[in-house]
Design a protein around this ligand. Structure first.
Ligand code: DGL
Length: 276
């Protein structure tokens, strides 16, 4: 293991969505230290322009680099659509960058689906990144995309597994173009939280995929290839930062983790994220 192998992995999202990735990373790579940034001051990213989100992503990655991270996971589809290429270019040779789009697209392209549905934030759907990337690998697939703008905020507010979430999901998933899809991609890291409800809606008819497992495997592969996996025996630490303290984030994080989650506050000072 290189010296830098002991450094943490940085992960960020606009809010609690990226916790779905953090939880899986902590389980798969238990020796790694994880630093999470939820940019709650700018939530929801999905309603912002890609230009604005690209700027936030760059600044957050700077913060994580300054904390010594060896790899950053853009645990947000909107930020991945906006900034994955730029971040990769910017940090080349200094910090590894893993986004949530490429691993899922590559996995899906290797399967035999002909009609694929995609749900995501408005900004991700507008970027057309899923349809474009899938078509690069599989020009024959039909991709049907739908912006499900309410979902991330609904989940952030703690509305899941209840009548409200079921009725909002029903409204979106009954989209006529989804009538005969074979697979549905949950192209927002908030959505795995409502995955059981989505699977219940479609039953056996449609296979549902999110990016969590493929991203964790990509992180492991990148770290292994660079000899950066933390080889120590001790349990890794996980630290959570938010750019604005909100009661709903605290509550939802605790429902999600089933335990108290201590949050550390950061502040945007002009273009920089600073500890408070
Ligand atoms: N979790 C984010 C994503 O994967 C964005 C949610 C939002 O802030 O709109 O796109």
């Amino acid at each position: 293991m290189k010296e830098q192998g002991k450094s943490p992995i940085g992960i960020f999202d606009s809010g609690i969505g990226g916790l779905t990735v953090v939880r899986a990373l902590a389980a798969a790579l238990p020796s790694e230290d994880l630093l999470y940034v939820g940019d709650t001051a700018h939530l929801p990213y999905g309603e912002k322009s890609l230009l604005a989100v690209r700027e936030y992503a760059l600044r957050i990655s700077e913060y994580l680099y300054e904390r010594g991270c060896k790899l950053v996971v853009i645990a947000c589809n909107t930020a991945s659509a906006a900034a994955r290429e730029e971040l990769r270019r910017h940090w080349a040779g200094r910090m590894q960058v893993v986004d949530v789009i490429s691993p899922l697209v590559e996995d899906i392209a290797g399967r035999n689906f002909k009609k694929i549905g995609v749900i995501a934030t408005k900004a991700t759907i507008r970027s057309d990144v899923y349809a474009r990337s899938l078509h690069e690998l599989r020009p024959d697939v039909e991709v049907y995309s739908l912006a499900t703008s309410l979902l991330a905020q609904m989940i952030e507010e703690g509305f899941f597994n209840n009548q409200i979430s079921r009725s909002v999901l029903h409204q979106y998933l009954s989209y006529p173009d989804f009538e005969d899809i074979e697979a549905l991609l949950l192209a927002c890291t908030h959505y795995p939280i409502v995955r059981p409800e989505i699977e219940a809606y479609f039953g056996e008819r449609v296979r549902v995929f999110d990016s969590v497992d493929t991203v964790v495997e990509r992180v492991r592969a990148v770290l292994a290839a660079e000899d950066l996996l933390n080889a120590s025996e001790r349990a890794g630490q996980c630290k959570f930062y938010v750019s604005d303290y909100t009661h709903s984030f605290q509550q939802t994080a605790e429902i999600f983790y089933k335990k108290y989650v201590p949050l550390h506050l950061l502040r945007w000072q002009g273009e920089r994220l600073e500890p408070v």
